[in-house]
Design a protein around this ligand. Sequence first.
Ligand SMILES: NC(=O)c1ccc[n+]([C@@H]2O[C@H](COP(=O)([O-])OP(=O)(O)OC[C@H]3O[C@@H](n4cnc5c(N)ncnc54)[C@H](OP(=O)(O)O)[C@@H]3O)[C@@H](O)[C@H]2O)c1
Length: 246
Amino acid sequence: MDLGLSGKACIVTGASRGIGLATARFLASEGASVLEVSRGGGGFTADVTDPDAPELIMGECERRFGSVDVLVNNAGTSEAKPLEELTDADWQVQWELHVMGPMRLMRAAGERMGEGGRIVNVCSSSGKRPSLTNAAYSVTKAAQLSLSRTFADAYAGRGLLVNAVAPGAVATPLWMEEGGLADQAARAKGISREEALEAAAAKIPLGRLGTEEEIAAVIVFLCSQRASNVTGAAWSVDGGAVPLFI
Ligand SMILES: NC(=O)c1ccc[n+]([C@@H]2O[C@H](COP(=O)([O-])OP(=O)(O)OC[C@H]3O[C@@H](n4cnc5c(N)ncnc54)[C@H](OP(=O)(O)O)[C@@H]3O)[C@@H](O)[C@H]2O)c1
């Protein structure tokens, strides 16, 4: 199946590792040109929570590739923190990263993209089913799902399609790196890292964490010209973790 991505100018935020890097690689392997955005360098350096970032990112994509055809709002993060320990600043950081950043990028993209354009927002199963691992993460990911649907409705009339994906636990650096969510869960529960990973896998019907390539494959399909009748969807990619069919 030809995904129709050859020659498309794509922006992927949070592309230095994990799901974003896998997505950028898949898009490139389909012949797309990809602007890889993160704060740490390696691609185009920008902090998506900076109000000036969208114009800089869109401008750079147009300068390098001549247009903006695809936007993947993937930058995001979490940490294990009990509800009573979450400060106002923690809530605000999550809001800026998961809602204001993607909102500004979609608004800027909407000024440039039209018929055939694609936007994919990387949300989370935690937005569909709240988790107390980090309430601020769950609540802002739920808001990001609503944001995605709102922009899908706003942009549908001009053939610019907007969708969300909702991954469950995925074995990216967010979970697996030293000090990541696996180690944090182990510390919080007084168990080993291996036991924490087994406990996370046991909550998933498929019995394992997802891989970054499995999430990226769905993102790339939604970016493709083959997904031409899909907009406003919130596609679960979670090994069956959230028992919802809508
Ligand atoms: N892994 C999971 O289990 C899981 C589950 C559900 C949903 N998700 C979602 O999937 C997305 C990717 O997660 P991941 O697991 O791949 O995370 P990751 O391995 O920690 O990678 C996160 C990426 O986002 C970038 N980033 C973070 N803050 C940024 C900012 N303010 N501006 C620009 N870039 C920023 C990071 O680079 P820099 O630090 O260099 O900026 C990095 O490239 C996130 O939205 C996450 O919420 C992940």
